[in-house]
Design a binder for this molecule. Structure first.
Ligand SMILES: Cc1cc2nc3c(=O)[nH]c(=O)nc-3n(C[C@H](O)[C@H](O)[C@H](O)COP(=O)(O)O)c2cc1C
Length: 232
């Protein structure tokens, strides 16, 4: 698969088939992903691969906690701003509305939204879940490094015919994850990743998010873009 196709065909899949994924394939994806660059090559990522009984117990405990008093659980880093602003606000809205529309969930149907939110904690039925952590003694720059590693996992999964969903939702439940995984006290849970085979019939998987036009996020200064595209 051409790298452009692997990147472009990646999307967040939120319903997976029960088809198993072998440990060898997961190992391969992680070995490829670990070629990600990192400042001074410190390779600050750590990954816990969960499947089978371990996955079921972890998911069961988090679903229970998230269904009870979710406000008791807080992430160890702030992913989102405390107040939103444009154009992020509008993009965020479109993303949420688009997903719920694909699922046929009405905007005011809080119960259905809550049920969909809870599906995060079963890795959207994926047979394999990854829990990604970062040593908290590192600095904010390392978030870039781990982000590159995460994206490599998502893209390398495509080359194996698999799909993924990155899931910051797990960051809220790091205390519970610690009860199921041998995480050191110095490790901060950044996110989960669902990994498996896409359910092609699921309406939520047909939701393809849009992207801003190139002109909205890139500007060219002192380079002759026309000459470059002629040469390509
Ligand atoms: C670090 C990270 C964390 C995310 N966390 C969640 C999550 O907890 N639950 C979820 O359903 N989607 C999550 N997403 C998926 C985003 O909503 C998705 O990437 C975005 O809407 C763009 O859609 P696409 O991935 O299909 O291109 C996350 C994505 C990233 C990169």
């Amino acid at each position: 698969m051409h790298v452009d196709e692997a990147i472009s065909s990646r999307k967040s899949v939120r319903r997976f088939l029960p088809t198993p994924v072998s440990a060898d394939v997961v190992r391969h994806i992680l070995e490829v992903a670990a070629r990600a660059p990192s400042g001074n090559n410190v390779q600050p990522w750590r990954v816990y691969v969960v499947g089978g009984e371990c996955r079921d117990k972890l998911c069961g405990a988090i679903v229970e906690a998230a269904s009870g008093d979710p406000d008791r659980h807080q992430p160890e880093y702030a992913y989102y701003p405390t107040s939103w602003f444009e154009p992020c606000l509008e993009r965020r809205r479109r993303c949420g509305f688009g997903l719920y529309a694909a699922l046929g969930i009405a905007r005011d149907d809080k119960d259905a939204r809550q049920r969909q939110m809870l599906r995060n904690y079963t890795f959207f039925d994926a047979p394999v879940g990854l829990i990604v952590t970062l040593d908290r003694r590192l600095n904010t720059g390392s978030f870039m490094d781990v982000g590159m590693f995460i994206q490599n996992i998502l893209v390398a999964a495509r080359a194996q015919g698999l799909h993924t969903c990155a899931q910051a939702a797990f960051a809220w439940f790091h205390k519970i994850a610690r009860e199921h995984l041998p995480m050191a006290a110095s490790e901060m849970l950044l996110c989960g990743i669902a990994l498996g085979h896409e359910d092609p019939e699921a309406p939520e998987n047909a939701f393809i998010t849009e992207r801003a036009d190139l002109s909205e996020f890139a500007s060219f200064h002192g380079c002759d873009v026309t000459a470059r595209s002629d040469a390509a």
